[in-house]
Design a protein around this ligand. Structure first.
Ligand code: SAH
Length: 536
């Protein structure tokens, strides 16, 4: 209760005043200001004290005037040669003045802007006096939270990490912190705007960053850091990178959140809507196989709208970085974990693009996301699949039309299914005399399976059957060869390779320097040498 607490004789109080608005002084702080024998506050070289002015009404309303101790800094900005000595002298003198009051049994309240324990002038007195005299700290509303309130955007939601960084710190340390954080408050902005802007840009956070000047004081204002004039940012300013969890929210001061800009432009304007978190969603997209021009405009649009990208690092690295968009890279295993992560971010309001190569529904993330989403925990979260060109189409096009008639697509990986199943399916497809595209034919450690495949195919197909071996199609490393089953060397195959094995009606012929391959759409007499029978 206000008025129930009095400053005690000989006690030192570090009183946090909050960020500027006297209404944000705590009841406890007001009690101390009303009852302390001595009220001390720092002032700049100009002799004015912001702290004194915030507490003015309380001080001036006292019946018994307090002794006031103005602690006037000899230097604030600029670094004269004897800066350290001047400052040391000032500290010693200020300490001595307050020490005398305390030793003689007077209570001393040191006024402190924001919170006394956070980058404050009170701290040197605390170090010098708190061992000798009983000391109490009255915490205050820090500029950190005042700034978040000012822009009307949450600071730290769910599992986000919030960091507080003084702009005066070393650039490398700032970069390391930004890298490890979701949200940031940068204090002591003043003359360091350019340095901070560069660091946030490099961390992909600039688009989300604001400057808040004089939070809760007269003439308070906030604006995007990108628009700041480095020469004109005052001492009482912080930069805030708020939560990225909710997408389409507008701040109370009407500054659109960066996510709005990234969206279709259809911003929500009413007060009620702005208070409601956007419903998140998961969009599973495929980039196409290797070349940027094979990424559909629809996918490009979805990638631009997303607040978060989730996927195998090789694929995410194909997506241009966007400021303000978070990238959650993983290895190419643990698909279920990636799917869960995507759904979890969406549940908290994020617009998540799960990134696959090729088509997301072909040996890729779409099935994994849908499987994990089949659970009461996630069922309400919208999931969309946006198609992409699958590798088999790109590979086929390079040589002509080997998949021109009925065909199959198989993954040769036995990581997610037993090898016996693979064998059964290869036999079924080869036995049905279909051309087939083989995804995931081999990796560094998975080597014998492709040899086994060749042997299996030989049981059903003539040795002259065309085989296409295509590596990294669409990329600069593209390499495509047409060979025959007899001559096909399984050892050249790796993870970036696709193999297409023709049917009995797949023909290869030379035209100038190129080899063309097609599988006829008709199935006439004479066009079939294989009938699905085992060749024995
Ligand atoms: N979702 C992807 C397939 C992922 S499985 C799609 O629809 O294309 C990965 C396998 O696809 C690779 O092992 C390789 O066999 C094949 N692949 C993907 N991109 C390829 C490319 N550019 N060239 C050749 N094969 C490719």
């Amino acid at each position: 209760m206000s008025g129930s607490y009095s400053a005690q004789p000989g006690h030192l109080y570090g009183v946090g005043l909050g960020p500027g608005d006297a209404g944000l002084i705590t009841l406890r702080g007001a009690d101390i200001i009303r009852t302390a024998d001595v009220i001390a506050y720092h002032a700049g070289t100009h002799g004015r004290s912001t702290a004194r002015s915030i507490a003015a009404e309380l001080i001036d309303a006292r019946d018994d005037a307090a002794v006031e101790e103005q602690l006037q800094y000899p230097v604030t900005t600029g670094r004269p040669a004897d800066y350290r000595e001047q400052l040391a002298g000032f500290y010693a003198e200020a300490t001595a003045r307050l020490h005398k009051h305390l030793a003689e049994g007077r209570s001393v309240a040191v006024l402190s802007l924001g919170d006394p324990m956070l980058y404050s002038s009170y701290q040197h007195l605390h170090h010098a006096l708190s061992e000798d005299f009983p000391t109490e700290i009255v915490p205050g509303v820090a500029s950190i939270t005042a700034a978040a309130a000012e822009i009307g955007q949450p600071l730290g939601e769910a599992t986000e990490i919030v960091s507080v960084v003084p702009a005066t710190a070393d650039s490398a340390r700032i970069a390391a912190v930004l890298d490890a954080s979701d949200c940031v408050v940068i204090m002591k902005l003043g003359k360091n705007v350019e340095k901070v802007r560069t660091a946030l840009q490099a961390a992909g956070m600039l688009e989300r960053a604001y400057v808040v000047e004089r939070a809760t004081m007269n003439e308070h204002t906030s604006y995007p850091l990108a628009d700041a004039d480095p020469e004109n940012v005052p001492y009482f300013a912080v930069s805030v990178v708020p939560s990225a969890v909710y997408g389409t929210k507008r701040s109370v001061s009407g500054v659109p959140s960066p996510a709005d800009d990234a969206a279709t432009g259809a911003a929500t304007d009413t007060a009620t809507e702005s208070a409601t978190p956007a419903v998140g969603e998961v969009v599973v997209v495929g980039l196409g196989p290797g070349a940027e021009r094979w990424t559909t405009p629809e996918v490009t649009e979805e990638l631009a709208r997303a607040t978060d990208l989730v996927g195998y690092s090789t694929y995410i690295n194909r997506v241009p970085e966007r400021t303000g968009q978070r990238r959650h890279l993983s290895d190419n295993r643990v698909e279920a974990e990636r799917a869960t992560m995507a759904l979890d971010i969406a549940k908290r309001g994020g617009r998540v693009a799960v990134v696959s190569s090729g088509d997301p529904g072909v040996f890729a993330m779409a099935a994994a996301v849908l499987e994990v989403a089949d659970d009461d925990m996630w069922r309400d979260i919208p999931v969309r699949v946006v198609p992409g060109m699958t590798a088999a189409q790109a590979v086929a096009s390079r040589v002509g039309a080997p998949l021109g008639h009925d065909f199959a697509m198989l993954s040769l990986s036995d990581r997610l299914k037993p090898w016996e199943v693979v064998v059964k399916r290869v036999r079924a497809v080869a036995g049905a005399d279909m051309a087939f595209a083989v995804y995931n034919p081999a990796s560094k450690s998975r080597r014998w399976q492709i040899r086994e495949l060749r042997a299996l195919a030989m049981e059903y197909r003539e040795p002259t059957t065309p085989v296409i071996v295509a590596r990294a199609v669409g990329s600069e490393q593209e390499n495509v060869t047409v060979t025959t089953l007899a001559e096909f060397d399984p050892d050249v195959v790796d993870m970036r390779t696709m193999v297409i094995i023709g049917s009995s009606s797949t023909k290869a012929y030379r035209a100038g320097k190129t080899t063309r391959v097609y599988t006829a759409r008709h199935y006439g007499e004479g066009g079939t040498s294989g009938t699905g029978e085992l060749l024995r």
